[in-house]
Write a new protein. Structure first.
Length: 326
């Protein structure tokens, strides 16, 4: 059997590099890798299906799945995860605690971004600040007039407006026209009056994990549906390769004779993460992530982004619902 020549678009992360550099192969595939930023991958994947295999936004993927319009089949390789306590910025001269956001104006680059779903979930679950309590303003972080990648219909009581023409949400925050900012990236304009809502976001995230057991998922991997229909063995092969790649990355991270990350205290941080979250603190697969996925799918629907409550099983190819140890 000849190998399938397939395009693979993913971020240049340590857990992906053994795949990118050829150390790990996808069984049956001759892959052409493209190292792209997530925003470009997502836009091209959902607009024009440019890639055979690619990293995908969990939020956009969930919405497309709920609508029955998803061009990709999900693989539970969660290549991006992040505690989103670091994604909520505020005017510190106005906002001292999460409850102060009630009745305030908060900027977002897109309402349906995965990071924003998780940030709103934190505000709602832990501080009883619901999406309807805030007036949302949409705009680009560095460039004005950023549209939603996928059209959404928000529920009654949730108000979303566009930033004034020619203005970014970073500029609005700097000028005091909005009170907060939620996004995967920091505001483009620094100021002594702009800072994290949670002064110690690491401590807040550790407390959140201890209470919930949730390590928020941002991105999964998708395979073009037409390919899967023709080659049903492909999803399991893709998951296996991403699992192998992540294992190599974690083994390298643990080798601190010469650290692989350009940061001090790597050994201490790794020890701390494992004591808090377990040996495999970045798990792939469905069952190890079911609680996290269920929480996300609940909030995604409750926030009015997906028109119905999607089940965990709907997101992933049946051959990937059970995983084997690498």
């Amino acid at each position: 059997m000849s190998l399938l020549n397939l395009s693979v678009a993913i971020g240049d992360y340590d857990r992906n590099r053994p795949l990118i550099d050829g150390t790990v192969k996808i069984d049956g595939v001759d892959a052409v890798f493209m190292k792209l930023v997530p925003e470009e991958i997502f836009f091209r994947a959902f607009r024009t299906e440019d890639f055979d295999i690619c990293e995908l936004s969990l939020s956009s993927f969930t919405l497309k799945t709920a609508l029955g319009q998803c061009p990709y089949v999900g693989i539970p390789a969660f290549v991006s995860r992040c505690f989103r306590h670091t994604s909520i910025f505020v005017r510190t001269d106005r906002i001292a605690r999460p409850q102060d956001l009630r009745g305030k104006r908060v900027g977002v680059p897109e309402y349906q971004l995965t990071a924003n779903v998780w940030a709103r979930a934190i505000l709602d679950d832990d501080f009883a600040v619901s999406p309807a309590d805030i007036e949302w303003v949409r705009g680009g972080i560095e460039h004005p007039a950023r549209p939603e990648k996928i059209a959404i219909q928000l529920p009654p009581g949730v108000h979303l407006s566009d930033a004034p023409e020619g203005k970014t949400i970073s500029e609005l925050l700097m000028g005091g026209e909005i009170d907060g900012f939620i996004a995967p990236r920091a505001p483009a304009i620094p100021s002594r009056n702009i800072g994290w809502l949670f002064p110690d976001p690491m401590a807040a995230a550790k407390d959140y994990f201890r209470r919930t057991g949730i390590f928020p998922i941002m991105h999964l991997v998708g395979v073009r549906r037409a390919l899967v229909e023709k080659h049903p063995w492909l999803p399991a092969a893709v998951l296996k390769a991403f699992q192998q790649s992540k294992k190599i990355a974690l083994d390298q991270l643990s080798d601190v004779s010469a650290t692989k990350v350009t940061m001090p205290f790597v050994e201490e941080q790794l020890k701390d993460a494992r004591e808090l979250m377990g040996e495999d603190f970045w798990p792939y697969g469905v069952e190890a992530n079911r609680k996290t996925l269920d929480a996300f799918l609940h909030h995604h629907h409750a926030q009015g982004i997906s028109p119905r409550r999607v089940s965990v099983e709907e997101l992933f190819h049946p051959a990937t619902l059970e995983t084997f140890k690498i």
